[in-house]
Design a protein around this ligand. Structure first.
Ligand code: 13P
Length: 275
């Protein structure tokens, strides 16, 4: 039984200057790859689902499966809603048994972000779950807004989130140009919030030396979506090419794809843990 919350794994990771990987999944095979990697590496993990999946039956259906997988895993596993945008998504995700939620109000005016995030944190805490919020904005095809130390401290105190996503130069998706990562800003925020687990969104393609420096300076949770999903897609294409038009049952077709996903997840888990 290893379904846990951010509160169970991140404070200790912050003290030990290591980060926990948070992989976004949209199907069973990717999730299975993560769980296999976690069993091999004997490290905790966070498995996330984008909020858009809760706009159809996909969200609750997959959440139920992820929760079951977490329960049978020997290592601590958090199942989290990623970038929750509205209160009903927070309620749906927690009703589906997920152990954590993120409320992303980073594009809203400060007071609205605080109001919505506080609601999510309060609701999550009442049902024994955890909550992540974001201040500053990590670009998703729009403009980055780097987090200031003052905003980080104020937002954390105003919302009581369990993990705080900050913007220090990463962006979501593949980089179009080399990112300019502001390690100094991260260090200053970490110094001002010495016990708060800080979250890095946009982990895909971020140079490893920058990632290492950010982990040394307070980043405790690192989100990876694009590169992990791309691993799944490229591996699927490879299997199609190998088949040369012949039929294979889908579960057997997917086995090597799961292996590739597990290998990618293992690599990131180890790197973030400093191994
Ligand atoms: P990437 O897609 O850049 O890895 O970002 C993932 C993320 O931050 C999800 O919240």
């Amino acid at each position: 039984m290893a379904l846990v919350t951010l509160k169970d794994i991140l404070p200790q990771a912050r003290k030990q200057k290591r980060a926990v990987a948070a992989f976004n999944v949209a199907n069973y095979e990717c999730a299975l790859g993560v769980i296999r990697a976690v069993e091999n590496e004997k490290l905790p993990v966070i498995i996330q689902m984008f909020q858009r999946m809760f706009r159809s039956e996909k969200g609750c259906d997959l959440a139920a499966s992820l929760v079951r997988m977490a329960h049978r895993c020997s290592q601590p596993v958090v199942i989290q809603l990623d970038h929750g945008a509205e209160a009903w998504q927070i309620r749906d995700a927690l009703s589906a048994g997920m152990s954590s939620v993120m409320l992303d109000g980073s594009t809203l005016p400060y007071d609205e972000n605080v109001q919505l995030t506080s609601y999510a944190a309060d609701y999550a805490h009442r049902v024994g779950a955890s909550c992540e919020g974001e201040i500053g904005h990590v670009a998703m095809g729009d403009e980055n807004a780097l987090t200031t130390v003052e905003d980080a401290v104020r937002f954390y105190n105003d919302t009581k989130v369990d993990a705080l996503a900050i913007s220090v130069g990463t962006v979501h998706g593949f980089y179009k140009a080399a990112p300019c990562i502001d390690v100094k800003r991260c260090r200053e925020i970490a110094d001002a919030l010495p016990e708060t687990p800080l979250v890095l969104h946009g982990g895909s393609g971020t140079p490893p030396e920058d990632v290492r420096a950010l982990i040394e300076n307070g980043i405790t949770k690192i989100n990876i979506a694009t590169e992990f999903m791309d691993t799944f897609l490229k591996s699927t294409k490879k299997q199609f090419d190998i088949l040369e038009g012949k039929f294979r049952a889908v579960d057997l077709f997917n086995d090597p794809v799961v292996d590739d996903c597990a290998a990618y997840a293992s690599k990131m888990l180890r790197f973030f843990a400093g191994k």
